[in-house]
Design a protein around this ligand. Structure first.
Ligand code: PLP
Length: 218
């Protein structure tokens, strides 16, 4: 199947309110441009240098999602090109984003990344760390970031029950944080979960953004 046909068949399987992010980390600018010209504008990259290089060459109205682990010393470079950072996993990283967004005169949309998988290696906060972050004076002083929701990755496994459990856990984390910290802000409304192998389960568990690479580009 062609890339455009892949996107269309995924779009047909998901509700309108869900954002499909085409994870373009394995493909060239040419392929992204072809996909863009078919009408798709949300793309995800997990490396700062790739995102910058592609963003500089491609149409300015592409919405670039940064989905990889972000180092503080790369924030300055990536911020001007990024629509949404999915991977905030510490107060210090968020502080850096706030400071650099201030210099650019913009307010940066971000998600808090949570560690929901079995593997210890995956990055992310746990609920307690997130609560500490959100209660901290450091966070309360930030004027140039807006937390839009949460992101997580399930364990890479065939065990559907396990994956579902992890997605459900992320949804619960989202609800807990919303009720405790964002009751008055209806902009805290995104749950980024679901990849090529597990997005249907993620949707059943309340995902609002799915990040799909292989099922589109391979
Ligand atoms: C690569 C990647 C994806 C897409 O994975 P596929 O299995 O190819 O759909 C989603 N999220 C993150 C964080 C990624 O790095």
């Amino acid at each position: 199947m062609s890339i455009v046909a892949n996107i269309q068949s995924i779009q047909q399987a998901i509700p309108d309110r869900v954002t499909l992010i085409a994870v373009s980390k394995t493909v060239s600018e040419d392929v992204i441009l072809q996909t863009y010209e078919s009408g798709h504008h949300d793309f995800g990259e997990n490396r700062v240098m790739d995102l910058i290089r592609k963003a500089q060459k491609l149409p300015k109205d592409i919405r670039w999602h940064f989905i990889g682990h972000l180092q503080r010393n790369k924030v300055r470079q990536v911020l001007p090109y990024t629509h949404l950072i999915h991977s905030i996993d510490s107060l210090n990283l968020l502080k850096e984003v706030d400071q650099e967004a201030k210099k650019l005169g913009k307010k940066m949309d971000v998600l808090l990344q949570f560690q929901i998988a079995e593997e210890e290696t995956k990055f992310g906060l746990d609920i307690q760390e997130a609560i500490e972050l959100l209660e901290s004076q450091g966070f309360k002083n930030m004027m140039h970031v807006r937390i839009r929701g949460v992101m997580g990755m399930a364990t890479l496994t065939d065990d559907e029950n396990r994956i579902r459990k992890e997605f459900r856990q992320l949804h619960q984390i989202f609800s807990t944080i919303r009720d405790r910290f964002f009751r008055k802000e209806d902009t805290f409304n995104e749950i980024s979960m679901g990849m090529s192998g597990d997005y249907l389960l993620a949707l059943e568990e309340g995902s609002t953004m799915i990040r799909i690479g292989t099922a589109i580009f391979n």
